[in-house]
Design a protein around this ligand. Structure first.
Ligand code: DGL
Length: 261
């Protein structure tokens, strides 16, 4: 079984990509909804929560861990790997790799939580891929609560997205990394506001390919089966809104269990 965690609902965008790419695998997801958001917390707290989340998933029988959260990937990847000695996947490296491959002019924008942007991890990984790349970043702290609330197509959300993206637009980026797993839910608004010519890079898509390679999965096929039967979802605080937004992301209703960490 693949263990996946995020601070809340955003990691379900990664789960969706994993279910699409690996229809035969069981996935257990933990959304730490009681303690979300991680993006405004200190490194020590993000590491502490990530270790607890991993411990919980191992108790459920996870064989390896996917950190479906950019914030936790930025600060806790090494700690999780050191403590548990098992394969751990994070979302930053695959996103940076995909962005450099897609970008024609190597002018790459990154949006994420305050903590992710402050960590400087994206710049470092992108420069490792190609030292010529120019990286422009913008923290977007209000987007996570908007997604958790399910405010996807509200006028207020569009205005906030436009404001956040304005500085990146003036930098004439040609590629934009959605550096938070909540943001693919707002993909349409983001694409509209940044402009059709800017390629969007979604961590979910990037990491699903990496996990598939690790598992030697066969190439993707059309699988019109009920993939969510393979999915067990835990949250640390059950809320009705989570159920609604989860359904929106997975396009399928899902049973939600309470987790005691
Ligand atoms: N989904 C998380 C990420 O990818 C962030 C959410 C939060 O701030 O807790 O960074």
């Amino acid at each position: 079984m693949i263990g996946v965690f995020d601070s809340g609902i955003g990691g379900l965008t990664v789960v969706r990509a994993l279910l699409d790419r690996l229809p035969g695998h069981d996935i257990t997801y933990l959304g730490d909804t009681a303690r979300t958001p991680y993006g405004s917390k200190s490194a020590a707290t993000i590491i502490k929560y990530s270790l607890k989340n991993t411990e919980f998933l191992l108790r459920q029988g996870a064989r390896f861990i996917v950190i479906a959260c950019n914030t936790a990937s930025s600060y806790a990847f090494q700690a999780v790997q050191d403590q548990f000695k098992l394969p751990v996947f994070e979302v930053i490296g695959p996103g940076a790799h995909l962005a450099v491959r897609r970008s024609k002019r190597l002018r790459i924008g990154v949006i994420g939580t305050r903590a992710t942007i402050a960590s400087g991890v994206y710049e470092a990984k992108i420069k490792q891929e190609n030292s010529q790349a120019q990286v422009f970043t913008a923290p977007c702290p209000l987007l996570v609560p908007l997604v958790e609330e399910g405010w996807i197509s509200r006028r207020e959300t569009t205005m906030i997205v436009r404001n956040y993206l304005h500085p990146l637009k003036t930098r004439q980026i040609d590629t934009l990394i959605l550096g938070c797993t909540h943001y693919p839910v707002l993909r349409h608004v983001i694409q509209r506001k940044i402009g059709a010519r800017v390629a969007l890079v979604d961590s979910a898509e990037a990491i699903a390919g990496q996990v598939a390679d690790f598992l030697n999965a066969p190439p993707p096929t059309e699988t019109p089966i009920c993939r969510t039967r393979r999915l067990t979802v835990f949250v640390t605080d059950v809320a009705e809104q989570f159920r609604r937004t989860a359904r929106l992301i997975l396009q399928h209703p899902v049973k939600i269990h309470q987790a005691d960490l």
